[in-house]
Design a binder for this molecule. Structure first.
Ligand SMILES: Nc1ncnc2c1ncn2[C@@H]1O[C@H](COP(=O)(O)OP(=O)(O)O)[C@@H](O)[C@H]1O
Ligand SMILES: O=C(O)[C@H](O)[C@@H](O)[C@H](O)[C@H](O)COP(=O)(O)O
Length: 174
């Protein structure tokens, strides 16, 4: 049997890590934090307030997906947080994983001001709030055509983490 990798995405500050780790508790499976697989150069760039380019992201996405395949092994589920802002990144990630796992992708989104205010409060993080505009510039929310390949979007608004996790679980059963 092939296991399922559930990627939780969205721009910085949208709640990927929070929702992904809660989801992993509900499903009782391992959670991989995508940011931990960025090369040091990417982290330094973002810390200096310089947005990543496509070129900066390809090798990170490749490493992360290969690690996800390794980590899921024979297990049923694995949760991974990863911004996966553009459609072409999501397509590439599916290609890297191939038939080694079933892939579900959930892109979380929210309005700019809500995320910005949450990022302002997250003081010790390398990604500062003034990077949010570049994240929104790159964001391509999945449309209905992507739902055919198991990719969905969820608007977070002022929903609680429990409510969002329930919506993620519902999308995974589509
Ligand atoms: N549903 C929510 N309601 C209120 N605050 C939230 C919610 N989800 C996340 N947060 C808060 O927003 C901030 C950003 O969340 P985080 O999970 O770090 O986002 P990301 O991983 O996408 O950058 C954190 O301080 C987190 O506690
Ligand atoms: O594609 C990107 O530009 C990056 O992946 C970027 O999104 C970043 O890594 C995180 O989103 C920042 O860290 P948080 O997600 O924890 O805010």
């Amino acid at each position: 049997m092939t296991g399922s990798i559930i990627f939780v995405g969205g721009p910085s500050g949208t709640g990927k890590s929070t929702i992904a780790s809660e989801l992993a508790k509900v499903i009782n499976c391992l959670f991989l934090e995508g940011d931990q697989y960025h090369p040091q150069a990417n982290i330094e760039k973002m810390s200096e307030g310089i947005p990543l380019t496509d070129e900066d992201r390809w090798s990170w996405l490749n490493t992360l997906c290969l690690e996800a395949v390794k980590k899921i092994g024979q297990k049923e589920y694995l949760i991974v947080s990863c911004s996966m802002l553009k459609k072409k990144y999501r397509e590439y990630m599916r290609e890297v994983i191939g038939d080694r796992a079933r892939v579900l992708m959930i892109v979380l989104y929210n309005d700019y001001d809500t995320i910005y205010n949450r990022m302002l409060k997250r003081s010790s993080h390398f990604m500062k709030a003034d990077m949010l505009k570049s994240q929104f510039d790159d964001l391509e929310l999945p449309d209905d055509s992507e739902s055919k390949v198991g990719t969905y979007r969820i608007f977070c608004g002022s929903k609680t983490t429990d409510e969002i996790v329930k919506e993620v679980v519902k999308s995974c059963h589509n």
